[in-house]
Design a protein around this ligand. Structure first.
Ligand code: NAP
Length: 480
């Protein structure tokens, strides 16, 4: 029997665990560093946290949820959904909590992975699956003096719920996907909110709405209606994602919609100028909100576009030398997205270190398989993130592919599977050629490695990925 160890317990881990369990694999364990499951949906609890992909699509195809309370569910509901699916499919009892994986080493003699945890204990498995995601390590900016600040300060993904924002002067550094969701909530409570915006984003209207009792009954008694809603959203987002390349008509249309939304909600010309992006739409993640611009237009809110150059015990200094005295600083500065598996010391064939192999940027065949690392699979790995669409759809496709590889091992003819260098090289060339003409190569964003390679994103819509990964290509791998 093949023993399988999965690192993580978020959506990626769940996708693969459910797929493998349904296929008859029984020796599965999930290692979770925290004391609860859920990955980013456990960690990101900032006010207003939710998903900007509609829930009928941001859910497993085989687990529609007629109970969503609104089209764009908030964090708590998504976290509950994860726990419910894990319970229903018998995954919850397989999770080992407070088990932070620090290292994994391939043993060529026994063809197994030895996995080491924070407490130095070890476990051995035949197959190692990483499901640590791309956005699990909060990143604080390296601003001089950051540690000297005397008030409350925290990262958006580590929200301090003991902090009471009412009547406080608050600085927010960053204005991306997370900030857009919590700034309207903070603006309603703070006496003064100063938003330090390095670059403006394209922001679209959010077609959110609560699901009424009528919707919920309809979804329950006629599940096909929810399937139709999911399909409609998917089709729309597929078209949208196709536009994320140079000179696309979809991009022009999207830009017009976003700029019209801005002009409709912001009348002050100075603020309007600050919030108008000067790079191609889609190069940074497109955001969705109906409340963000009105919050920035409030009298108690300032948008500062000059860089944060220092933090003092009392506040923040900008590039023009102005000191902004505040009671609290919230860093909404994103994640170490290029980290991939760097935080785990992974050693493959012949002592090869994964961190060394990925020094110029992570890459993997189909985003899942890495030469020199047999029996190691990666979910939500290099080049599988999306500029639009649902990552859950991508994770299901990855899980199906991994299941096929494991089925071949389970059949008993082989004990190891490893992608060939040739297949990996050819795939990488094909992908990078497409990425070269994607919008992501035209501005600074978290999708790029310092080497310049775009290592996070899949180029285009999700269907081509699902098609590409539908059937395992045995020749792309060496089997032993
Ligand atoms: P983000 O979108 O990458 O935003 C980070 C922000 O911090 C940007 O505005 C960035 O400016 C700014 N920043 C970074 N370093 C800075 C510095 N040293 N000084 C000043 N500003 C700095 O991060 P995020 O909001 O945490 O979101 C990350 C990703 O998580 C998203 O792209 C998305 O994939 C995911 N997410 C998804 C949802 C959802 O609804 N599905 C919600 C939240 C997050 P620049 O733009 O100039 O770099």
């Amino acid at each position: 029997m093949t023993s399988i160890g999965i690192i993580g317990s978020g959506f990626g881990a769940l996708a693969v665990a459910v797929e493998l369990k349904r296929a008859g694999h029984t020796d599965i364990r999930l290692w979770e560093r925290a004391d609860d499951m859920g990955g980013v949906w456990r960690d990101n609890t900032y006010p207003g946290a939710g998903c900007d992909v509609p829930s009928p699509l941001y859910s497993f195809s085989y687990e529609p949820n007629p109970r969503w309370t609104r089209r764009y569910a908030l964090q708590e509901e998504i976290h509950d959904y994860i726990r419910r699916v894990a319970d229903k499919h018998g995954i919850s009892p397989l999770v080992q909590y407070n088990r932070e994986v620090t290292a994994a080493t391939w043993d060529e003699g026994s063809s197994t992975w030895t996995v080491t945890f924070g407490d130095k204990s070890t476990q051995t498995v035949d197959v190692l699956i990483s499901a640590v995601g791309q956005l699990s390590r909060p990143k604080l900016p390296s601003i001089p003096g950051i540690e000297t600040f005397k008030g409350a300060s925290f990262h958006s993904a580590e929200w301090d719920h003991d902090f009471d924002a009412s009547g406080k002067r608050i600085a927010v550094v960053g204005s991306g996907a997370s900030a857009v969701q919590f700034i309207p909530r903070l603006a309603a409570e703070a006496s003064r909110l100063t938003v330090f915006q390095r670059s403006p984003n394209y922001l679209m209207p959010k077609p959110d709405k609560p699901y009424t009792a009528f919707h919920k009954t309809l979804f329950k008694v006629a599940p096909v209606t929810q399937t139709v809603e999911r399909g409609t959203i998917w089709t729309f987002m597929e078209q949208f994602s196709k536009g994320l390349k140079d000179d696309s008509k979809v991009g022009v249309l999207g830009k017009n919609i976003a700029l019209r939304h801005l002009k409709k909600q912001v009348k002050d010309p100075t603020l309007l100028a600050k919030l108008t992006p000067d790079y191609p739409i889609g190069c940074k993640r497109i955001l969705f909100s109906n409340e963000f611009y009105p919050a920035l237009a409030q009298a108690n809110v300032d948008v500062v576009t000059s860089a944060v150059t220092a933090v003092t015990p009392e506040g923040v200094i900008d590039a023009e030398g102005n000191e902004h005295k505040v009671d609290a600083i919230v860093y909404a500065t994103g994640f170490d997205s290029q980290d991939f598996l760097e935080s785990i010391d992974i050693t493959g064939v012949g002592g090869q270190k994964l961190a060394t192999q990925w020094a110029d940027g992570a890459r993997a065949y189909l985003g899942m398989y890495v030469p020199n690392f047999p029996n190691m699979f990666v979910t939500y790995g290099p080049n599988t993130n999306l500029g639009g669409g649902s990552i859950i759809y991508m994770l299901e496709a990855q899980a199906r592919h991994m299941r096929q590889a494991l089925d071949r091992l389970k059949a008993g003819r082989f004990t190891t599977v490893e992608v060939t260098e040739e297949a990996d090289d050819a795939y990488d060339r094909e992908l990078q050629a497409k990425l070269d003409v994607s919008v992501w190569s035209h501005c600074e964003n978290w999708y790029r490695h310092p080497s310049g390679r775009i290592t996070s994103n899949w180029p285009g819509a999700t269907h081509p990925f699902a098609k590409r990964t539908k059937v395992l290509e045995p020749d792309a791998f060496s089997w032993a």
